[in-house]
Design a protein around this ligand. Structure first.
Ligand code: GAR
Length: 202
């Protein structure tokens, strides 16, 4: 087996995107990368159980118990220890500082549950994004995978997929459809593409 990019996934909650990544490794959609570590900002994140079930190492840094600088220093230490090549934010609800993102140019990717530049940036995360899309009355939404820089949701776009809004949608129904029809597909595909580029560039 040729070298694979060593991936860390940062999570905060249920971890359905993490599950999609694990499944994509098993089905061969992701071949050029391997998840070596999952880091959560809270101990109760169910994503940690998904990682453990898949035999992936986990770490928890409880963000609310420390300063942003200590939180980020803790992440950097883990990334160094595991020799991580690619950082994937999959339902990670914390904003990372410019000091952190500048250390990893084009080596951090994020999945956002809307078509950037709509419904993105500070304050737009999780269900709130879908509430905003429904409040505005857009007829099409979707998901975006992008590189992470110092501007929240502002880095270069890697891929996007559109999803139609349907009559009777609630934020919860729409969130699920955006995950099923977009996030769980484009995030693993983007990870494979970026991992392949990392390996090819060595
Ligand atoms: C996903 O919809 C993800 O795109 C979103 O939160 C959900 C997490 O689900 N992320 C953000 O809003 C980040 N700004 P998951 O924990 O089941 O993957």
């Amino acid at each position: 087996m040729l070298r694979q990019a060593r991936i860390a996934v940062l999570v905060s909650g249920g971890g359905t995107n993490l599950q999609a990544i694990i499944d994509a490794q098993q089905s061969g959609i992701i071949q050029n990368g391997k998840v070596e570590l999952v880091i959560a900002d809270k101990a109760e994140a169910y994503a940690l159980t998904r990682a453990a079930n898949a035999g992936i190492d986990t770490a928890v840094l409880v963000k609310k118990q420390m300063s942003q600088a200590d939180f980020e220093a803790g992440i950097v230490k883990l990334l160094d220890e595991y020799k991580i090549d690619l950082i994937v934010l999959a339902g990670f609800m914390c904003i990372l500082s410019g000091d952190f993102t500048d250390k990893y140019p084009e080596r951090i990717i994020n999945v956002h549950p809307a078509l950037i530049p709509s419904f993105c940036g500070k304050g737009y995360y999780g269900l709130r994004v879908h509430e905003a899309a429904l409040e505005y009355g857009v007829k099409v939404t979707g998901a975006t995978v992008h590189f992470v820089n110092s501007i929240p949701d502002g880095g270069r776009i890697i891929s996007q997929k559109a999803v139609y809004i349907e009559d009777g949608d609630t934020p919860e129904i729409l969130q699920r459809r955006v995950m099923e029809q977009a996030e769980w597909i484009i995030l693993p595909e983007a990870i494979e593409k970026v991992s392949k580029n990392i390996i090819a560039g060595e």
